[in-house]
Design a protein around this ligand. Structure first.
Ligand SMILES: [Zn+2]
Length: 238
């Protein structure tokens, strides 16, 4: 429990940082060229207010550098890989990184990130906080409110966001982020997490973490009835 709370605090700081200074996405990703790295983030690189987040396009040499250190600094998580199939529909791998490893990855990418999707090899890289959040849910915990609930909500949406990069949403960060928030309950259900509870987490995310002011990851069309509403006939949101 102590560990989780420590992480919660760390994440809150990250979020505060990104939303106030940057409007960073909670999950981002890079775009996609044929080989590309998709990224997610709850902590985008600090930029000045009003400036646009940098595009998440990772140069090929950066992707190779990440792949070169992944075995040393991360572990495969087959459970999360199975969960993400609920939205991606394909086989992919999910790697949970160590904190020191993630620092190296961020250095390679020249930005703070919560996740990264390597569309060249269908591999998802996750910040330690995202893995810890989802695993906390897998252990049967269901925090309803406060920092702990927001923490697990962000972890679930980050995972979903990265998997969404393997879909037709491709490299459009705003679409990926909006769909991830709306479909996170599907990933949760596949992981054996109560679906109604996961919808509650998605609402929390919408209220407190959705990067609505970020010109790359947020969009005014991400709303009930907006063009990014995946269930336009329903008034449920997200
Ligand atoms: Zn993304």
């Amino acid at each position: 429990m102590k560990g989780v709370f420590a992480l919660l605090l760390a994440t809150s700081l990250l979020s505060a940082c990104s939303s106030s200074q940057t409007a960073a996405p909670a999950a981002s990703s890079a775009s996609s060229h044929s080989t590309t790295v998709e990224t997610t983030t709850s902590s985008a690189p600090p930029t000045q207010t009003g400036q646009q987040s940098p595009p998440d396009v990772a140069p090929e040499h950066a992707i190779r550098a990440v792949r070169a250190i992944e075995v040393r600094f991360s572990k495969l998580d087959p459970r999360l890989a199975d969960g993400i199939r609920a939205v991606s529909g394909i086989e992919s791998t999910v790697r949970c990184w160590t904190k020191p490893g993630w620092k190296r990855l961020e250095k390679i990418m020249h930005r703070s990130l919560s996740g990264l999707a390597d569309t060249g090899v269908y591999e998802i890289h996750l910040h330690p906080f995202a893995c810890q959040g989802v695993r906390f849910l897998l252990a049967g915990n269901q925090p309803e409110s406060g920092d702990e609930a927001l923490f697990v909500a962000e972890g679930l949406v980050v995972l979903t966001h990265e998997g969404t990069h393997f879909t037709s949403a491709g490299s459009n960060e705003a679409v990926v982020e909006c769909r991830a928030m709306q479909n996170a309950h599907l990933v949760a259900a596949r992981l054996g997490i109560d679906e109604d509870y996961a919808r509650h987490l998605a609402r929390l995310y919408w209220e407190q973490a959705y990067p609505r002011n970020d010109p790359v990851y947020g969009s005014p069309e991400c709303r009930d009835g907006g063009i990014m509403d995946v269930n336009p006939d329903s008034s449920d949101w997200p």
